[in-house]
Design a protein around this ligand. Structure first.
Ligand code: GLP
Length: 276
């Protein structure tokens, strides 16, 4: 019996890297993996991310909803993070991003979509309740993440504990510069955010990272092939039980083991349905 359990656990533990020719192809593959999860388990719990990188993932999912009847009516979702001090109707907030880029265009019940409340009067209680809500929903089945220029996932800035849970983080100046465009300049950017912790993300059943573009090639290679370290919190995916990293050619340029990654994607039976 113990032997069987060990077999089941070890079978699942794997990190895979998939390189796609273009940003569009990488986003489409990411959307297909999410869609397959929703089709397999209609009441799945999705972990969702924001940022320019994932926008085309959401437009693909919207198209699949309209053209193929991809049904989100029973899904639940939890977003990674939200800025402190922004309400959901602020165009820079992640609630606003999610509504306008996904939720308003699919048949998900908005009451089942969760984004941390950046306006909560008791932020600590909000963080705790967010963790409890994830647990209450049975945990996240598939977590989508991007990567920041400083290697963060969610808003887990460098030197976040790899065991951290949902909490408030002070944003890195690198992040403030990266995201300032959404606010009309760094001076207008919030300085703090509520974010799922690295430990929260590590608890998800599967974690799907999407990274595209040459600007992230170096930090992506550090996260995937560098040491597991709190300086680059995306490296935590190396510790995840079932991580899938999808990149485009431009973002893959610093990876050393790409022959193996390509070989695995082209030969592993579980990817057969996803190869063109
Ligand atoms: C923000 C989010 C991250 C996201 C990152 C990348 O910092 N908190 O979750 O991965 O942006 O954004 P972009 O895709 O715009 O580069």
């Amino acid at each position: 019996m113990i032997f069987l359990n060990i077999q089941r656990i070890t079978k699942k533990y794997i990190m895979e890297v998939i390189i796609q020719p273009t940003r569009e192809a990488a986003a489409l593959l990411t959307a297909k993996i999410i869609a397959a999860e929703v089709r397999k388990n209609p009441s799945t719990v999705l972990g969702l991310a924001t940022g320019a990188t994932v926008e085309p993932v959401y437009s693909n999912l919207i198209e699949m909803h309209h053209k193929e009847g991809l049904d989100f009516s029973l899904c639940k979702s939890f977003n990674l993070d939200e800025y402190v001090g922004l309400s959901g109707d602020h165009p820079g907030s992640y609630r606003y991003f999610m509504n306008s880029h996904l939720f308003d265009h699919i048949n998900i019940d908005k009451r089942n979509t969760h984004v941390p409340n950046g306006m909560a009067s008791d932020i600590e209680a909000e963080c705790l309740q967010y963790e409890e809500a994830i647990w209450g929903a049975g945990g996240i089945s598939l977590q989508l993440v991007g990567i920041g220029m400083d290697g963060h996932i969610g808003f887990n800035e460098p030197m976040s504990s790899m065991q951290s849970r949902t909490r408030v983080k002070q944003l890195n100046p690198v992040t403030i510069r990266q995201n300032a465009g959404y606010f009309g300049g760094p001076d207008k950017m919030p300085r703090r955010a509520i974010t799922m912790g690295v430990g929260t993300i590590l608890d998800s059943e599967r974690c799907l990272m999407l990274a595209t573009g040459a600007a992230k090639a170096e930090i992506l290679a550090e996260a995937v092939e560098g040491p597991f370290c709190a300086r680059v919190t995306a490296s935590a995916l190396q510790w995840h039980r079932r991580a899938i990293v999808i990149v485009d050619e431009a973002c893959a340029s610093h990876l050393k083991n790409r022959e193996y990654y390509d070989w695995s994607f082209n030969h592993e039976p579980h990817w057969a349905a996803f190869r063109n």
